[in-house]
Design a protein around this ligand. Structure first.
Ligand SMILES: [Fe+2]
Length: 509
């Protein structure tokens, strides 16, 4: 079913091929050193760039005596709030070009009996270990050509595991999307192995946004734009591979997230497509082609060969909240909609170079796909402040959810930075927005909803981190999910600052 040799070879060479010369290698190394200097200069003018500073040590840890707590940590919160994101932005003086390039920083707040402790580390992947031994960068990244010599390694040779962290079937998994999921040691958070679900799928891409089904199965995918293929995974509740199914998707775009309903798998194929004729980094291979429009690819969960496509207007999206079906053949979903991917191609390079970011921001939209009529419609629920990181009840993927927590970058919030200012719980049914504006020097990171019940009532807690660049500290904030506006019920301030991360989750103890 899967021609693994072709898939792998193309992935490693054609897909990410960064052919170059030794002169280019020198230029690339110089560009990385120059970027380090540019960032230091930029940081003096724009102190909020602390969020994109590099982790200055490979590990961090703080006990209850070192963490300042205001308010009371709810005793019912028993577990680990874990996060992941690029934290190793600099390798021996060489600074990566893009926010998504650096080595993964995983960290956790362990909550128990109203107390909190914290630890974290740069994931000691084979890539990280090899570069530590060589005392220089060796491997290319999502958008950095480190040495101009072209990629000859398999994707996992440069796998940083730097996007998300989940737990499934007893495994703690750090997720990238260009290669395998990485199993971490649950005690030390160190690298344990690349997840090999089967010999056929070993080393193949695995997304950073798997979706947990109501029966405990985990759905995920890997994409290869240069081959026009998507690999769909279904993992049994016990962690064994149920299905690995290869899907033809010509001109597969950048594909970061997807959705499940009770009956379908849904991919939104935007017109940010892979172009084989372009040379450069993986990011540079993708061209925005709005004239081609987009498509929804809808796959029957019970018969993966049964597929339907629905035409979409051109937009770019990173993240979906949830999707569910209303019984009349209509799939409803919520997502962050960008007019184009310029924040990724411009803004996330600019912050790495010490500059203020430019690029399009997202609205928060609700959409309907009528699978009977074959039509798409949608409208913005929040349009104005930039919106990202929508999160819903983690056990209600594919079922109706009316509550989603998300971040807003509100230009009217009085913040001293251009990133996320506000955490909001949005009721999609009533349109009610319950929001909390953070302090002017706090940058908000993804908030997660920790529900109190299995239902769709929106009760429980909201957990998130913020970076206070004014005092160089990272904080955990805990809110009553029903009342964000009143402010956090507890704030735990670490004795250090961490680089801004991407995704995480709460794992019950
Ligand atoms: Fe993501």
């Amino acid at each position: 079913m899967i021609d693994r040799r072709t898939f792998m070879t193309s992935l490693a060479i054609a897909g990410l091929g960064l052919a170059g010369t030794s002169a280019a290698a020198l230029a690339d190394a110089n560009a990385m050193r120059r970027r380090s200097l540019n960032f230091k200069i930029g940081l003096r003018e724009r102190p909020w760039l602390l969020g994109w500073d590099a982790m200055d040590a490979p590990t961090c840890a703080a006990g209850p005596d070192e963490i300042q707590v205001e308010g009371r940590i709810p005793a019912s919160l028993d577990g680990d709030f874990m996060r992941n994101g690029p934290g190793g932005h600099v390798v021996f003086g060489h600074r990566y070009r893009h926010w998504f390039d650096g080595d993964g920083l995983v960290h956790r707040f362990r909550l128990k009996d109203g107390e909190v402790r914290h630890d974290g580390r740069i994931i000691d992947t084979p890539k990280w270990r090899a570069e530590q031994a060589a005392v220089k960068p060796l491997f290319d990244a999502f958008d950095t050509d480190v040495d101009g010599s072209g990629i000859q390694q398999k994707p996992d040779a440069m796998n940083t595991g730097n996007i998300n962290i989940i737990r499934h079937a007893g495994r703690l998994l750090a997720l990238w999307e260009g290669g395998s999921a990485i199993e971490l040691d649950p005690v030390t958070l160190g690298f344990r192995s690349f997840l090999a679900l089967s010999p056929k799928t070993s080393g193949l891409p695995f997304s950073a946004h798997p979706r947990l089904d109501s029966d405990g199965s985990l759905w995920s995918f890997g994409y290869a734009g240069y081959l026009g293929k998507i690999l769909l995974y279904r993992i049994r509740p016990d962690g064994r591979l149920h299905t690995a199914h290869l899907i033809d998707a010509p001109d597969t775009p950048m594909l970061h997230d997807f959705m499940i309903t009770d009956r379908h798998i849904v991919f939104i194929l935007t017109p940010w497509r892979y172009d084989r004729s372009v040379s450069g980094t993986f990011l540079e291979h993708h061209r925005w082609q709005p004239e081609k429009g987009g498509q929804a690819l809808i796959i029957d969960k019970n018969d993966l060969a049964r597929q339907q496509t629905v035409d979409l207007p051109p937009f770019w999206t990173f993240h979906f909240g949830n999707a569910w079906e209303d019984g009349s053949g209509v799939i409803r979903f919520d997502y962050c909609r960008y007019v184009d991917p310029s924040a990724t191609t411009e803004g996330f390079r600019q912050v790495m170079n010490g500059e203020a970011p430019t690029g399009s921001s997202a609205s928060y939209d609700q959409a309907r796909i009528d699978t009977v009529a074959g039509t798409f419609s949608g409208a913005a629920l929040i349009d104005g402040p930039a919106v990202e990181f929508p999160r819903v009840h983690p056990a209600r993927m594919g079922q109706r959810t009316d509550h989603a927590v998300m971040l807003l970058a509100d230009p009217d919030a009085g913040a001293a930075h251009p990133y996320f200012t506000t955490t909001a719980m949005v009721n999609q049914d009533s349109g009610r927005v319950d929001a909390f504006v953070h302090d002017a020097r706090e940058i908000a990171e993804e908030a997660v909803f920790v529900p109190a019940t299995a239902g769709n009532d929106g009760t429980g807690w909201v957990l998130q981190t913020v970076l206070d660049f004014g005092v160089s500290r990272t904080r955990l904030k805990i809110f009553d999910a029903s009342d964000l506006a009143s402010g956090p019920v507890a704030v735990a301030t670490l004795p250090y600052a961490l680089p801004l991360g991407l995704h995480g989750s709460f794992m019950k103890g």
